[in-house]
Design a protein around this ligand. Structure first.
Ligand code: BES
Ligand code: ZN
Length: 456
């Protein structure tokens, strides 16, 4: 096997790799919107065809939602799963995009060349870094140095409703030496990373109902309770003046950061001022007495993701609405129990309801935080391989986002997840004008080639 020939092949094949990614990015595989069901299916077909072209034994597996793509290729004593997701977030607000989100292009920017388009970073560009590394490896050496099972999901951005039953049904195939997951970021543009901690996520939607119909706010205002007033009071009470979350029992299972981890994170030299400055902010808004990095990686949160009710169109309408709505998510850490928090949150809301108001809740998923064991020597081998590709040594980092499948690999198949990705904080994932740096794509492919060599 020759790693340096594989790396050269990756460099010379970069334009073709980019063309392939562009083709995948043109498919609007928005999983949460039923209008794009056929497109999700088309993205799965595209991946099946692409993996088949590598020689993989691959198939599209139907689920009650969008299909999974599973395939195997290669031989050797070591077996790795590779997971990525081919679905993307919705594009709205569309008017904030500078071009069609599904007409991707390579753009010159002051910070370098970027691949612009929905899914460029989350997660199609990342997913293809691994596929392209395999392609180059096979082109140079005839075969892979290990066995790979590809496991590509099309429902990650919509709560993965089919995932657990599918994983249970394919448990044996998902048992491997490691599950490689490419859906996370670099620490910064010089420092690659292996993510060892993810936050969990609890999603709740609530509807508060007051009067049984919309009313004239002059005729009824004062006598009738306005459900938006009730909702606002509830939302305002979820944090105290120090930024702590007030849901009873919420902090049960939240660990204090160990001194070892605190020291390691301090050594990373995270620049909170520029992290916030990049998005027009300057003051960390979480719990008093915590660093910004702690707030993101090791503290739980409660965020209102959406709030609506009454009249929000053009002009003005003196309505006293019947209903008020909010979508609220909690990021969880340590041993926090999402189901216990859901019950406690719902009880707290019910306790705050005045007479004549009622509430209904809708469940938007619940997953625990993950902390991954890095004692397997494969982690140090992978870290060294990443360090060889990037300017500075690779770091073990936390992540504020949630990737529930990482925990499922552990629990269902007993397979340790290893999270490596090449995204940057300014990739605008889930936002208008999402991009992936060409450098992330190129060095990402090269990184996987090195990691495969090191792990095999
Ligand atoms: N790729 C992200 C997770 C992520 C976010 C990694 C930020 C690194 C930095 C993933 O696709 C995602 O967005 N996950 C959702 C959770 C899911 C259950 C809807 C999230 O974190 O909100
Ligand atoms: Zn993702």
């Amino acid at each position: 096997m020759s790693l340096s020939d594989v790396l050269t092949r990756i460099d010379t094949d970069l334009d073709a790799a980019l063309d392939r990614l562009m083709a995948l990015l043109r498919i609007p595989s928005i999983s949460t919107d039923p209008a794009y069901k056929a497109d999700c299916d088309r993205a799965a077909d595209w991946l099946v065809a692409d993996l088949a072209s590598l020689g993989a034994d691959v198939a599209k597996h139907p689920t009650p939602g969008h299909p999974m793509v599973m395939g195997t290729i290669g031989d050797g004593p070591r077996h790795f799963i590779f997971y990525g997701h081919y679905d993307v977030q919705p594009v709205d607000p569309l008017n904030l995009w500078h071009r069609d989100p599904f007409d991707p292009e390579l753009q010159e920017t002051p910070k370098g060349r970027v691949i612009r388009g929905r899914g460029a970073a989350d997660d199609k560009g990342q997913l293809m870094t691994f596929v392209e590394a395999c392609r180059a490896w096979i082109a140079v050496n005839g075969s892979l140095p290990c066995r790979i099972t590809f496991f590509l999901e099309g429902e990650e951005e919509s709560g993965s409703p089919s995932l657990i039953p599918f994983m249970q049904a394919h448990k044996a195939a998902l048992k491997a030496d490691l599950a490689l997951i490419c859906d996370t970021g670099l620490f910064d543009s010089r420092v690659p990373a292996i993510t060892t901690m993810l936050r969990g996520l609890l999603g709740e939607e609530l509807t508060i109902t007051g009067p049984d119909k919309d009313l004239h706010s002059g005729m009824y205002g004062g006598a009738a309770m306005n459900p938006i007033r009730v909702l606002s009071r509830i939302i305002a009470s979820l944090h105290d003046e120090t930024g702590r979350i007030t849901v009873p029992g919420f902090y049960d299972g939240v660990p204090e950061l160990s001194n070892a981890l605190r020291d390691q994170w301090e050594g990373l030299g995270f620049d909170a001022a520029s992290f916030l400055g990049d998005v027009g902010l300057s003051v960390p808004a979480g719990e008093a007495g915590r660093t910004a990095l702690e707030m993101i990686w090791s503290r739980p949160t409660c965020e209102v993701n959406g709030i609506w009710g009454g009249y929000t169109g053009e002009g003005f309408k003196t309505v006293l609405p019947s209903e008020a709505h909010a979508k609220i998510s909690f990021r969880l850490v340590g041993d926090q129990d999402p189901l216990a928090i859901r019950e406690s949150f719902r009880a707290m809301v019910r306790d705050m309801l005045p007479p004549d108001c009622s509430v209904t809740f809708k469940d938007h998923g619940a997953s625990r935080a993950g902390q991954f064991d890095i004692s397997d020597p494969s982690f140090e081998a992978a870290r060294q391989a990443l360090s060889d590709e990037w300017p500075d040594a690779a770091a073990y980092i936390g992540c504020g986002g949630s990737i529930p499948i990482a925990g499922h690999f552990q629990k269902i198949a007993g397979t340790t997840p290893m999270l490596i990705g090449f995204g940057k904080d300014d990739d605008l994932i889930h936002s208008p004008n999402e991009k992936y740096d060409l450098e992330s794509f190129h060095k990402g492919i090269r990184s996987w080639a090195r990691v495969l060599a090191a792990l095999s």
